[in-house]
Design a protein around this ligand. Structure first.
Ligand SMILES: Nc1ncnc2c1ncn2[C@@H]1O[C@H](COP(=O)(O)OP(=O)(O)OP(=O)(O)O)[C@@H](O)[C@H]1O
Ligand SMILES: [Mg+2]
Length: 162
């Protein structure tokens, strides 16, 4: 799923020692095999210009801890379970790679799609993810819609179809 998000050019340049010192400072604990290295800035991800603009517009100066480590993993197509404090930017850790992936797909034909689906366990969470995704997708012409129980099925159906 890498596409335009070639994530770790800079951190690859860091020695193993630098990396472990950096991780210690960040208080990140990671387990797994061949885990991609964390990055320090949004520039290190190699995101395309519109996405960098959308990130800057949200006043996101640098990646949060979970983003430093999780984004390179997700961008390389590896599955991840990420645990971090509330408000630590977990949503962007999967939404930004999702945008990279969506923008790499051919234009959707009529009645086709969606390309990306996020499942959330509650309506409130689904709505939060929807709002967060909209912040970053606006500039790309990507449509986001949230579908959950307790609302008009017809309206949501229309929204999803669009
Ligand atoms: N790198 C960043 N710099 C500054 N703000 C950021 C950054 N990344 C995300 N944010 C903002 O931080 C806020 C919280 O992010 P988010 O909702 O993803 O947190 P979360 O980790 O999912 O929290 P929760 O566990 O409560 O769901 C959002 O308003 C988001 O736009
Ligand atoms: Mg969240």
């Amino acid at each position: 799923m890498v596409g335009r998000g070639n994530a770790y050019t800079n951190s690859r340049g860091m020695s193993d020692q630098d990396i472990s010192k950096y991780k210690k400072n960040l208080a990140i604990r990671v387990s797994g095999f061949d885990v991609p290295r964390p990055v320090k800035t949004f520039k290190d991800y190699g995101f395309f210009a519109e996405l960098m603009k959308a990130i800057a517009k949200q006043a996101c100066e640098k990646p949060t801890l979970i983003q430093c480590q999780a984004l390179p993993i997700v961008l390389s197509g590896i599955d991840v379970i990420g645990i971090a404090k509330t408000g630590s930017g977990k949503t962007a850790s999967f939404v930004l790679p999702m945008i990279v992936h969506i923008m790499d797909q051919p234009e959707l034909e009529k009645e086709k799609g969606p390309i990306g689906v996020v499942c959330a366990p509650t309506r409130e969470l689904a709505h939060q993810i929807y709002l967060e995704a909209k912040k970053f997708t606006k500039a790309h012409g990507i449509r986001v819609s949230a579908v959950y129980g307790g609302m008009s099925k017809l309206d949501q159906f229309k929204e999803l179809k669009a």
